[in-house]
Design a protein around this ligand. Structure first.
Ligand SMILES: [Zn+2]
Length: 318
């Protein structure tokens, strides 16, 4: 057994793996596309292959790792290692014993956690939240996820805490991908923003967004499509991003009024790409709603970058 451990960030489009030491320094990494067909067993097999590749790069066998942590979407049960309802993964509406399956395949202990929570804990331990006692992470991507650290400890509630994307920012507002109305994610999540852009296009609003999408060989509006369209000066792109920022500001300020954390860390695909650019605007939006407005929390973009989710997952192994 070494002090090396594995981390796997299981995303809807890619599987990112790392092998890190006790300090979180990366010794090997590998990534693979997430299977779009089949079922949970196929996804688990792709995860195994990608982690083996990272371990080989680090010069270690998976059996000799101190353990492997996984950040998973859906309802990830840390106690049983079972993942349920991971709807952006193929055939994963039900439950699958991901922890047990990977442990058998890799020959070492495997721990499962929520993808956003482990990424936030990674930032807390090694990134933008170092040295703080409290932190709110807001992961702005396809959806809007969150993670909370209070008094130096993750706050999981009864297992479903920090779903900041489903804070209600407008009663009877826009339909959210979760089926309810008026959630922050209904305005700020990339999936909801794309749906709005398609509706606007159908109503005759001019936009280059979908030309940029096709030109870049994508079938959906990825973070990079939004970035390129913004750079090209597309008016709809700018207005939808500004709208997202307004609602993010409203929801985050409400959460800060409740929790009074020292810092807010913005991560996720859109967050990392646009965080710096829109941080002042986000702060101004929040300011309108902060009850204590003379001492706002520190606002920061996640520091660990693309590998942050996988590094955070590795921290599940203690
Ligand atoms: Zn919702």
């Amino acid at each position: 057994m070494s002090d090396l451990r594995g981390g796997i960030d299981l995303g809807g489009t890619k599987i990112q793996t790392v092998v890190v030491d006790g300090e979180g320094d990366v010794h090997g990494e590998a990534r693979a596309p997430t299977p779009t067909e089949g079922g949970p067993a196929d996804v688990a097999a792709a995860m195994e292959d990608a982690l083996r590749e990272a371990a080989a790069a680090a010069g270690v066998k998976t059996e000799d790792l101190g353990g492997v942590g996984v950040g998973s979407p859906g309802d990830a049960d840390g106690k049983t290692g079972v993942v349920s309802g991971a709807r952006n993964l193929p055939g994963w509406e039900g439950s699958f014993p991901l922890g047990e399956t990977l442990a058998k395949a890799l020959g070492c202990e495997v721990r499962i956690g929520n993808d956003v929570q482990v990424a936030v804990e990674g930032e807390y331990a090694l990134g933008a939240g170092r040295g703080l006692d409290s932190l709110l992470g807001v992961w702005w991507g396809t959806g809007v996820g969150g993670g909370i650290v209070l008094d130096g400890k993750p706050w999981l509630g009864r297992g479903a805490a920090a779903e900041i994307g489903h804070m209600v920012v407008k009663r009877n507002g826009a339909r959210c991908p979760c089926g309810r109305r008026g959630c922050m994610e209904a305005y700020a999540g990339r999936a909801a923003m794309e749906a709005k852009a398609r509706r606007d296009l159908a109503e005759g609003v001019e936009t280059d967004l979908f030309h940029v999408m096709k030109k870049r060989g994508k079938d959906r509006l990825t973070s990079s499509v939004w970035e390129h369209a913004l750079r090209d000066g597309d008016a709809l792109t700018e207005s939808l991003l500004r709208r997202a920022i307004r609602y993010l500001g409203t929801g985050i300020a409400s959460a800060v009024n409740l929790l009074d954390v020292e810092a807010v860390v913005i991560g996720g695909g859109l967050g990392v790409r646009f965080g710096d650019r829109f941080m002042d605007d986000l702060g101004k939006e929040m300011h309108k709603h902060l009850f204590v407005d003379d001492d706002p929390p520190k606002m920061q973009v996640a520091e660990l970058g693309d590998l942050g989710g996988a590094i955070g997952a590795a921290l599940l192994v203690r």
